[in-house]
Design a protein around this ligand. Structure first.
Ligand code: NAG
Ligand code: NAG
Length: 486
């Protein structure tokens, strides 16, 4: 059967609700949700007035008095409590509060925060957000004196009648949840306060699975939970090429040497040797198996292409010309001037034909190894684990928070389920069970927190490569022990 026929069948069965036997994809909770509401509410963006010039606002960094700073943090803390069960935004508030760029929220005023349902839609568009932008988002969402202008200068959308505001796809609900130390907290059922980068990206991209369905993709993974052990003497040495899209010839944000160093780091990580910075909540060394996978660097090309360098995440077609013969390589594209507020973005191999030029890992230079220390950036991503995380997706691994609590999660049994992504290295039990897997490469925690992959993830990666990138798998497979050298 031709791939398109298989796809058509899988989709038909999914719609008819005949799940499980043929494809695992249709029972993925995220996918079900998207089938139910393909438009309207979840991607509804507030119709903000967005002036060119933003107002500079005070951040926690500007507060010198320790008691005063503590009082400001209390407002975040209380807002999190008022939000109760909304785990995503509670965690985001905690993340913003613990960083010096947190906007000061003075006493009084109104804070508008999206519901967990809205967050689920957000993550379908913005696969891996640059989390520093959450600070901007809070500033865009906080209205001193509850009037029309946010502390950052954004204007609240026009009213749509009582308890609702105007959005790009119609009115959305706004409900008061109560007061947090003098700040009135509202829950919104549309995206409110999104920074320009994310707002643009969401307005100009399809949610990824919808785009695939439209283009006849989403073939369904052949890999379930019961998978055999990887033979000890087998290794995959994957021919890997890097493409750097820079904005000008003088750019040189990423050099060949930087690429080699990043690749070396990724190989360490995949062999289970990523450093562990022990946290007070760690009872033992977190899982970090040797994946028996390495990246064999075969080509680095640095191209000057400003459209690719700026808009690669939003318009992936801009990168297709750099991914010819996609079936023969593992391709990593680095964009040096991202305008979408995304850290990395990758398709799953089971959703694409092997030769599809969408078969690539795309990362922002912001998440490239050493970039933050070279250019005074956000040290959260300095080690280079963004490439490791995205390569995990390229081998078919889901996020550890995929599907939230209950359900099938990430289709791997030995990763603890979790309700939402973690941006901080914290001990949490978001699904009520064991502690959340913040040390796993497939969460969103800072690089110093990420330590390894589990045995289940290793088996899934091997299965996905064997079944969905079989050409690359055959080229990469080495059966003698200790055959790695590059
Ligand atoms: C909105 O409220 C803030 C704080 O109370 C005040 O500084 C600002 O002038 C007000 N803006 C308008 C347009 O009323
Ligand atoms: C790397 O790829 C580029 C673009 O396809 C090509 O022009 C170049 O010759 C390749 N370099 C090597 C060393 O294979």
């Amino acid at each position: 059967m031709a791939p398109t026929a298989v796809t058509g069948l899988a989709l038909l069965l999914a719609r008819a609700g005949l799940t499980d036997a043929l494809s695992m994809r249709e029972s993925d909770p995220t996918f079900q949700m998207s089938e139910a509401d393909t438009s309207a509410e979840p991607t509804n963006q507030a119709e903000h007035g967005r002036p060119e010039k933003r107002i500079a606002y005070q951040t926690h960094r500007d507060v010198e008095d320790a008691d005063e700073l503590e009082a400001h943090k209390q407002i975040y803390h209380r807002a999190g409590e008022v939000l109760g069960g909304s785990q995503n935004i509670r965690h985001i508030l905690q993340f913003v509060m613990s960083h010096p760029h947190a906007p000061v929220l003075p006493h009084g005023g109104c804070l508008y925060l999206p519901s967990d349902r809205v967050w689920a839609a957000f993550y379908r568009h913005v696969e891996h957000p640059v989390p520093t932008l959450f600070g901007d988002m809070i500033a865009n969402s906080y209205y001193p004196g509850c009037n029309q202008t946010s502390v950052s200068g954004l204007r609240l959308p026009p009213s749509c009648g009582p308890g609702s505001l105007e959005g790009s796809r119609g009115c959305f609900r706004v409900a008061s949840l109560g007061s947090a130390a003098g700040v009135e907290v509202y829950e919104t059922s549309g995206h409110l306060g999104l920074p320009d980068q994310w707002s643009y990206h969401i307005a100009h991209t399809q949610p990824r699975h919808l785009r695939r369905a439209k283009e006849g993709g989403s073939r369904g993974s052949k890999c379930g939970r019961e998978l055999p052990e990887v033979p000890k003497a087998h290794r995959l040495e994957i021919p890997t090429r890097y493409v750097v899209c820079q904005k000008s010839d003088a750019d040189r944000t990423i050099t060949e040497e930087h690429v080699r160093e990043q690749n070396r780091w990724a190989n360490e990580a995949f062999s289970g040797k990523s450093p562990w910075k022990e946290m007070s909540f760690d009872a033992a060394h977190p899982p970090s198996v040797d994946m028996q996978i390495s990246f064999k660097l075969v080509n680095i090309s640095i191209v000057t292409d400003i459209a690719c360098a700026r808009q690669g995440f939003t318009n992936t077609r801009l990168m297709h010309k750099y991914n010819e013969h996609a079936e023969n390589f593992f391709t990593v594209v680095i964009i040096t001037n991202d305008q979408s507020g995304v850290l990395g973005q990758t398709e799953f191999p089971h959703d694409l034909a092997e030769e599809d030029p969408e078969n690539m890992v795309v990362v922002s230079s912001v998440g490239f190894r050493g970039d933050a220390s070279r250019y005074n950036g956000d040290m959260m991503y300095d080690e280079g684990d963004t490439v490791v995380h995205e390569a995990g997706h390229g081998f078919g691994l889901y996020h550890t928070f995929e599907g939230s609590c209950g359900g099938r999660g990430d289709y791997v049994d030995d990763t603890q389920e979790e309700a939402m992504p973690h941006y901080d290295c914290v001990s949490d039990r978001s699904c009520g069970g064991d502690t959340d897997p913040v040390h796993n490469f497939m969460d969103y925690s800072p690089d110093t927190c990420m330590v390894g992959f589990t045995e289940g993830q290793k088996r899934r990666a091997w299965c996905e490569l064997e079944n969905h990138r079989s050409g690359l798998y055959q080229q990469s497979l080495k059966k003698a022990a200790g055959s790695s050298s590059y």
